[in-house]
Design a binder for this molecule. Structure first.
Ligand SMILES: Cc1cc2nc3c(=O)[nH]c(=O)nc-3n(C[C@H](O)[C@H](O)[C@H](O)COP(=O)(O)OP(=O)(O)OC[C@H]3O[C@@H](n4cnc5c(N)ncnc54)[C@H](O)[C@@H]3O)c2cc1C
Length: 382
């Protein structure tokens, strides 16, 4: 076992040194879904191992605790767009990974802890998108066949042209319904992950940022920490630690105050998925608009911008809640990790370091499986 030179030693007692920083078998950087899942899977096969997760924030500060909580594997317009830009095999492989990942998340955390509701999702189509709609509509029988091969379920996608009268939308001509998609409570999922790792005697240390990495040792905001094996699960924040094709992608979100008699129920994609919204606790949670300023949104700065908030507010007013009195309660931002491909990077970087990053906008779906695969990879090179 390597020894540890962590230490702003006067601030750390012998007991703390011994418990948290000496003889670490697995050091995991990042307390998101991937970090938690990697730790849980390593513990499963190595119950005696000392596993420490470090997290730079006082709370987990990545996407896992900021996201919209869509349990989704692919809307029809998203599939259409992906099939224009990526090889067909890769597109269906990703859909399959998302579907399997969601089933695995349900198995690990449980539907009641996730507060999972399968209310379905809708791709909202405006009159400007009629050409696109006709093209996607033609493909639906094919998509349904492919999805059946993955999920075992027939007729996943159907046209729902009554959507506006049902939920009171404006400027929405028709929609494509996906009956298998659902929604979770993001906070409840994260808390369940946290409780699971604590129950397994895995240490989670908040407020420690890894700055550089050298073999078995990281230099952190608190000093050096060494471990037998290091797993980097920092998703969009990895730039100082790894040289892989993963860039930050900021996503901005707002939420209304509770709206009496809110009818809207489910998850929704608007403007080819550039915007997304859902109901939660009688409120509307609404995010998106990154396409308005892609360069500016390639950042790890966790902040909102007027440009994007104004666009969210105007769509909320004109399309989603045009006939409803509401007020906005809160807004926030989260950082995703994206790259040229939509596939995650699960990789050994050198003898003792590994990474599981680039989860894009689908980490709720695939994060638990990515953690499992990363743990398997680490175990395979013991
Ligand atoms: C607004 C928003 C909405 C989204 N909606 C959905 C959705 O509806 N459905 C879906 O499937 N996905 C969604 N996503 C994407 C999903 O949340 C992510 O793909 C997923 O959470 C990534 O998990 P992760 O564990 O890889 O990364 P993260 O959750 O980002 O975890 C990485 C952690 O590492 C920490 N960290 C980073 N650098 C360091 C360092 N140097 N030292 C120590 N700690 C560090 C970070 O603080 C962070 O907590 C959304 C994302 C956002 C931002």
């Amino acid at each position: 076992m390597p020894s540890n030179n962590m230490l702003d030693s006067e601030k750390i007692s012998y007991w703390e040194q011994k418990t948290f920083f000496k003889n670490i078998d697995y050091l995991i950087i990042g307390a998101g879904i991937v970090g938690y899942s990697t730790a849980l899977h390593l513990k499963e096969s190595h119950p005696e191992a000392k596993i420490v997760i470090i997290e730079r924030g006082f709370l987990p500060s990545g996407a896992s605790s900021k996201n919209a909580g869509f349990a989704c594997f692919g809307s029809a317009t998203e599939l259409f767009s992906d099939l224009q830009t990526s090889p067909e095999d890769e597109v269906w492989k990703t859909v399959s990974l998302r579907w399997k990942g969601l089933q695995y998340l349900r198995k690990i955390i449980g539907d009641s802890q996730l507060k999972l509701e399968i209310n379905g999702s809708w791709d909202l189509i405006t009159s400007k998108e009629e050409n696109l709609f006709e093209l996607v509509k033609e493909q639906l029988p094919y998509y349904n066949k492919k999805i059946k091969a993955i999920t075992g379920e027939a007729e996943t996608y159907t046209i729902d042209s009554n959507i506006s009268s049902k939920f009171g939308f404006e400027h929405v001509k028709t929609s494509i319904f996906n009956r298998l998609e659902g929604q979770i409570d993001t906070a409840s999922m994260n808390h369940a992950f946290y409780k699971k790792v604590i129950d397994k005697n895995i240490h989670v240390l908040f407020g420690i940022e890894a700055k550089t990495l050298n073999n078995n040792t990281i230099t952190s905001s608190q000093g050096e920490i060494s471990a037998d094996k290091i797993a980097i699960c920092t998703n969009g924040f990895g730039a100082s630690l790894i040289q892989e094709d993963v860039k930050p992608a900021r996503a901005q979100v707002l939420i209304t105050r509770p709206i009496p008699n809110l009818k809207i129920k489910g998850t929704f994609h608007y403007n080819e998925g550039y915007y997304y919204f859902r109901n939660i606790d009688d409120r509307i949670l609404f995010g998106g608009g990154r396409n308005l300023a892609l360069e500016e949104e390639t950042t790890t700065n966790i902040a909102n911008t007027d440009l994007i908030l104004e666009s969210l507010k105007s769509i909320l007013n004109e399309v989603i809640l045009p006939k409803t009195d509401y007020t906005i309660d809160h807004n926030w931002a989260g950082i995703m990790g994206v790259g040229k491909s939509k596939q995650p990077i699960i990789k050994q970087l050198d003898a003792n370091t590994f990474c599981g990053v680039r989860l894009g906008g689908m980490g709720v779906a695939i994060g638990t499986l990515v953690g499992k695969e990363l743990a398997n990879l680490i175990r395979s090179v013991q």
